[in-house]
Design a protein around this ligand. Structure first.
Ligand code: 4NP
Length: 151
């Protein structure tokens, strides 16, 4: 799960997908990273932590890290939150960039529409809740698609 800062959206996405995978009995390794390094080693944004906690998900132990080219080899899928992330991930992947591996998270719900998970960094509590709901819907769909394809 990749966003710009790895403190608002992608930590939520990591925590949510981990929770939904566990609920489905799937032993997936899920991680998150940012395209920029400003917040490296910081915990998630306090409002991301509070919003996750409200839904029974603890993301407080996560620490921000920056995406590295090796992530393209380590992970099967890379989901990005917005179109800038997609472009930055493409640049950062260099020779490791693999076209089919990277997808905009909301394309899972709205294929080909290039919709974006809005950045709530300067937003309100409600903005974080809206982001949670959007990401949760996409994560549930990822699990649903996988379970249908792997009965
Ligand atoms: P995120 O949000 O990409 O969802 O983690 C942001 C976090 C920090 C900044 C921008 C967006 N920032 O400019 O520091």
């Amino acid at each position: 799960m990749v966003c710009l800062g790895n403190i608002c959206r992608s930590p939520l996405a990591q925590g949510i997908l981990e929770a939904r995978a566990r609920e489905a009995g799937l032993n997936w390794e899920i991680d998150s990273a940012g395209t920029m390094h400003y917040h490296v080693n910081e915990p998630p944004h306090i409002q991301s932590q509070k919003t996750a906690q409200k839904h029974g998900i603890d993301i407080s132990a996560q620490r921000c890290r920056q995406l590295i080219a090796a992530d393209f080899d380590i992970f099967d899928r890379i989901y990005v939150m917005d179109n800038n992330n997609y472009r930055d991930v493409q640049k950062m992947g260099g020779e490791s960039w693999k076209e089919g591996k990277v997808e905009r998270l909301l394309d899972v719900l709205y294929p080909g529409e290039k919709r974006e998970v809005p950045d709530p960094y300067y937003g309100t509590e409600k903005d974080f809740e809206d982001v949670f709901q959007l990401i949760d819907k996409a994560c549930r769909k990822i699990i649903d698609n996988y379970c249908r394809a792997n009965p």
